[in-house]
Design a protein around this ligand. Structure first.
Ligand code: SF4
Length: 95
């Protein structure tokens, strides 16, 4: 269907329910690996952030119930912070 000259976008497998779970999580990890290194935190800080999330009662099925993000994707970015202040944004990606 076209509206006002715009072509309808065909979206395939947008819902996790339509995707193979293993492939879905592999694609998430590939996405994280492909993030520009300048935007990502270093490995030690990433692991510290994830350790906090692992102990958090808001973590469910790899997602944060406070923000709706996959925590591995949220925690990898320097600019991101925990919505409850349990870990903070980092200018240098180390602390
Ligand atoms: S981002 Fe914060 S609130 Fe969300 S799971 Fe991690 S520690 Fe918990």
């Amino acid at each position: 269907m076209e509206r006002e000259g715009r072509t309808r976008r065909i979206c395939r497998k947008c819902l996790t329910a339509d995707m193979d779970e293993k492939k879905y999580f592999e694609s998430l990890r590939a996405y994280i690996d492909a993030v520009d290194e300048d935007l990502k935190v270093g490995g030690p800080l990433y692991e510290r952030r994830l350790a906090v999330c692992r102990e958090c009662d808001l973590l469910a099925d790899a997602m944060c119930r406070a923000c709706g993000c996959y925590v591995e994707m949220r925690a990898v970015m320097k600019k991101n912070a925990c919505p409850y202040g349990r870990w903070q944004a980092s200018a240098d990606g180390k602390n």
